[in-house]
Design a binder for this molecule. Structure first.
Ligand code: HEC
Ligand code: HEC
Ligand code: HEC
Ligand code: HEC
Ligand code: HEC
Ligand code: HEC
Ligand code: HEC
Length: 382
């Protein structure tokens, strides 16, 4: 343990030194017999998107319910599961319509109309021109915001220029919208998405998505079981038939810290590896990267000096929502930052509770959204 060592004030250098130290210590602990700890530093996933080893078809979250009912119930009502829905089913968007918003940038007036039964439409109109699209999909559970995407009459996918924001409890212009200067009514509806972008949006907001950019068809909406456990039909069949289950399903809980951070990071931001010095240095000086917890966390000494113990699941229930009371994270911090613990780390001289409020402050990353900085540190000391 590095207790009492000099504080190193240059984080980029520190990361590099720590990376080197981790390599060495890996060898030492191999000799010492701690294979798991050594693995923690070298276990990189070659493909964090499809990281599982087994072959199977998808079964769907519904097939897991019979045997894992408690997890299923919690996960089904989580924000992960709600991160993609048909737009007209989302009450934040579909109630209290129509809604008008004059767009000072384009000069057009945007109108959101329709409802849960006949579907949602977005119209852009001025005195001489107008255009309309059907809003098909709503991205975001509403934890921060909900942005619909739709298709114009000519079949182009467009990200709506209007978004519902939790912090406002209301509809406003989509973040980044003012950067685009629409030239006509169609462009005033929102930003046109390329086929590649559409595939990416659905790729991160659905489960088992491998269709071209035609929208989900058969895949499950939202982040569901098989997105993190791999396709599960073989597992279900084996479990139903009383056959051995080994190797039928992946459990990311068995991944070492960095590998799990990579797995979650397929959507929450790809974490740089130890030797990607430029990427690490860039992250440190890019405040906007606070949006990507899996990138920020690898800058933390808590991660770097615990040999891969600090996985996302140290603080988050992967099947539920983020805890909303700051003190619910204290037990995790104190599992290392208290005396007498196996992984004993420095004890705070300033606070004894609500640790994350000072050491993982919330930053305003976008106009209407705050994110918690997962680079755990004494802010300002670095
Ligand atoms: C017919 C019952 C049954 C069904 C259906 C079922 N499982 Fe399981 N599952 C089991 C049993 C039994 C185990 C082993 C004991 C345990 O961990 O509960 C298990 C274990 C697991 C594990 C832990 C594996 C490990 O190596 O630690 C995961 C993950 C899992 N199941 C996911 C799923 C998913 C995802 C689905 C739906 C696609 C699913 N299960 C459907 C019975 C079932
Ligand atoms: C397939 C992409 C994907 C993967 C993989 C993924 N997430 Fe997420 N995650 C999302 C999306 C999308 C949201 C936004 C949900 C919403 O709309 O509010 C989210 C939201 C979250 C939230 C905040 C919302 C809340 O209250 O629950 C946490 C915490 C989280 N993810 C943790 C994890 C962890 C831990 C893992 C790995 C075990 C993981 N995620 C893997 C896509 C993913
Ligand atoms: C690399 C994976 C990934 C891609 C690609 C992606 N998202 Fe997300 N999206 C996430 C994750 C993770 C979250 C939750 C955390 C966050 O907001 O950064 C999220 C959150 C959201 C939210 C909720 C608002 C918010 O800020 O939390 C909306 C709306 C959204 N995404 C829309 C889209 C749209 C539209 C596209 C395509 C143009 C897209 N996403 C592409 C991973 C992705
Ligand atoms: C965002 C990723 C993610 C999603 C979605 C997800 N899981 Fe998990 N699951 C995990 C992780 C990570 C663990 C390991 C938890 C740990 O070790 O603390 C896990 C563990 C499990 C286990 C092992 C027992 C346990 O409680 O640790 C089972 C069974 C399981 N999940 C079933 C499911 C089912 C069923 C669904 C869908 C209803 C689902 N999971 C959705 C990430 C996910
Ligand atoms: C898996 C163990 C572990 C967990 C969990 C953990 N830390 Fe750490 N943390 C460490 C280690 C090890 C260090 C570096 C050595 C030391 O402080 O003794 C460290 C360093 C720190 C530092 C000093 C950082 C610097 O740049 O000098 C702060 C502040 C901190 N942790 C706060 C927290 C908070 C707050 C939490 C919970 C949100 C937390 N830690 C969770 C192990 C952990
Ligand atoms: C040491 C504890 C800790 C670890 C480890 C941790 N988180 Fe968090 N996470 C938090 C805290 C604290 C919050 C803020 C909760 C709140 O809203 O007050 C948070 C919030 C989030 C959110 C919600 C958006 C935001 O930024 O507020 C997402 C998404 C998230 N974490 C993803 C992850 C992922 C992915 C990992 C693994 C790379 C991870 N977290 C690891 C403590 C942790
Ligand atoms: C009110 C804000 C606040 C709260 C709450 C707080 N801390 Fe701190 N913490 C600080 C400040 C400021 C420092 C730097 C003190 C210094 O430089 O002497 C610090 C220092 C630390 C350090 C570094 C100690 C060292 O010697 O390098 C650790 C580790 C730490 N805190 C962990 C925690 C944990 C764990 C909790 C919750 C039990 C916590 N902090 C609660 C503000 C806070």
């Amino acid at each position: 343990m590095r207790r009492g060592s000099q504080p190193v004030r240059r984080p980029a250098l520190r990361s590099r030194l720590l990376a080197a130290a981790r390599e060495c210590i890996g060898v030492v602990s191999l000799v010492g017999g701690s294979l798991a700890a050594a693995f923690g530093q070298t276990a990189y996933l070659t493909d964090p998107v499809r990281f599982w080893q087994h072959e199977s078809e998808y079964g769907g979250a519904g097939t897991c319910m019979a045997c894992h009912s408690e997890i299923h119930a919690r996960q089904r009502s989580s924000n992960h599961a709600a991160s993609l829905r048909p737009a007209h089913e989302v009450s934040e968007l579909a109630s209290g319509l129509p809604v008008d918003r004059p767009d000072r940038v384009s000069g057009f007036t945007l109108t959101l109309s329709g409802g849960p039964v006949d579907g949602l439409r977005l119209t852009a109109a001025d005195a001489s021109d107008s255009s309309q699209m059907r809003l098909e999909w709503a991205f975001g559970s509403g934890l921060k915001g909900i942005t619909p995407i739709g298709r114009t009459a000519s079949g182009k996918w467009v990200e709506s220029r209007l978004t519902w924001y939790e912090s406002l409890g209301d509809i406003d212009f989509t973040t980044g919208a003012s950067k685009y200067h629409p030239r006509d009514a169609v462009e005033s509806l929102g930003r046109e998405l390329t086929a590649e972008e559409v595939a990416e949006c659905f790729g991160c907001h659905t489960t088992g998505y491998d269709e071209p950019a035609s929208g989900p068809s058969g895949e499950e909406m939202g982040v569901r079981c098989e997105r993190c456990h791999g396709p599960g039909r073989t597992h279900v069949e084996a479990a139903t038939g009383g056959l051995p289950l080994q190797g039928t399903i992946a459990n990311p809980g068995t991944l070492a810290g960095f590998a799990q951070i990579q797995m979650c990071g397929a959507c929450h931001g790809r974490p740089p590896q130890d030797n990607e010095f430029d990427a690490l240095a860039l992250l440190e000086r890019t405040p906007h990267s606070v949006r990507f917890p899996s990138q920020r966390i690898v800058l933390s000494r808590c991660f770097n000096e615990t040999f891969g113990e600090l996985a996302c699941t140290a603080c988050h229930d992967p099947h539920g929502d983020v805890a909303d009371e700051a003190h619910s994270f204290d037990a995790s911090c104190l599992s290392c930052h208290s005396t007498g613990h196996r992984r004993e780390a420095a004890v705070c001289s300033v606070g004894t509770a609500d640790c994350s409020t000072c050491h993982m402050p919330k930053e305003r990353v976008m106009r209407h959204s705050m994110f918690s900085d997962h680079w755990i540190r004494v802010v300002g000391r670095e």
